[in-house]
Design a protein around this ligand. Structure first.
Ligand code: NAP
Length: 251
């Protein structure tokens, strides 16, 4: 029997892992999405969507589906899902690998102000009205309603549902990856003064950081949260190796 694997996804890496192991006779994977995006990208392996219902719900799912290995490939800022994965895997004694993307290193010519969270980022924009590029999830936009003096350009995959949004907000619906030339053009055309970003790591959204550097623009960088992890694997290939180490041979 192939190894039954749950991948916690919603990221480029999770999709890359799904592509890599689709059709692998030694593995029977299922990809889990939080269900926030109404039109997720098609995947080459079975998917399930929506929260599990906390740690207890995840434990129930793992037992019901007879999962034998879990890969946490969620975003570096999805700390709650990771905490639940660590706790549920400990309770069920199921091996857990965590695909952890390296942070973007700060270069000497980057003008970053690192802040602890989104609320501090909104305050750090200051009192003087500025033109701000927000590349954050739609759950976080409402925080910038506390700094209504600024003009915001927010890039999102989907429109936000919250009622409380900054008054001077323009939405740009787009899904990465993005390239540096286009990002520079966007920042220039929109006369952006400052960016607010998470330190997502990876290449899919790095172009805006390179563009800000090239244009000499400041970036308010929201620091990563503490994200509990299992066995850390740095990339998709290492993750496949880890899975093969657990999978039965000669399936
Ligand atoms: P989070 O705060 O860590 O998790 C909140 C709750 O959402 C979890 O307790 C869980 O609900 C559910 N959940 C999260 N990821 C899930 C998954 N892959 N499958 C099933 N349920 C999941 O997560 P988040 O920051 O809101 O991120 C949600 C999703 O978007 C994740 O899949 C993440 O990889 C992706 N994403 C996040 C960001 C970001 O900046 N945070 C950026 C890009 C992509 P229950 O407790 O009910 O199980």
């Amino acid at each position: 029997m192939p190894l039954s694997v749950l991948i916690l996804g919603g990221t480029t890496e999770a999709s890359a892992l799904a592509r890599k192991i689709a059709g692998d006779p030694r593995l029977a994977p299922i990809l889990s999405l939080a269900g926030r995006t109404t039109n997720p990208q098609p995947q080459p392996i079975p998917i399930r969507a929506g929260g599990f219902g906390g740690i207890a719900g995840l434990v129930t799912f793992l037992r019901r589906e007879a999962i034998e290995a879990v890969v946490d490939a969620t975003h570096p800022y999805a700390d709650q899902m990771s905490a639940h994965a660590v706790a549920a895997c400990r309770e069920t004694d199921i091996p857990l690998a965590s695909l952890v993307r390296a942070e973007w290193p700060r270069r000497a010519d980057d003008q970053w102000q690192v802040v602890a969270d989104t609320e501090t980022a909104a305050r750090a924009l200051g009192d003087t009205p500025r033109r701000v590029f927000l590349s954050l999830g739609r759950q976080e936009l409402h925080v910038f309603a506390t700094a209504p003096q600024h003009h915001y350009l927010a890039r999102l995959i989907e429109r936000p549902e919250q009622e409380t949004l900054p008054p001077d907000l323009r939405l740009l619906q787009a899904r990465g990856p993005f390239d540096r030339i286009a990002e520079e053009r966007l920042l220039r055309d929109e006369r952006i003064d400052v960016l607010v970003s998470k330190n997502a790591g990876g290449m899919a959204t790095y172009a805006k950081i390179e563009a800000a550097r090239a244009l000499g623009l400041p970036v308010i960088m929201i620091a990563r949260p503490h994200k509990p992890a299992g066995a850390v694997v740095p990339d998709v290939d290492a993750c496949v190796q880890w899975l093969h180490g657990l999978a039965p041979r000669g399936v």
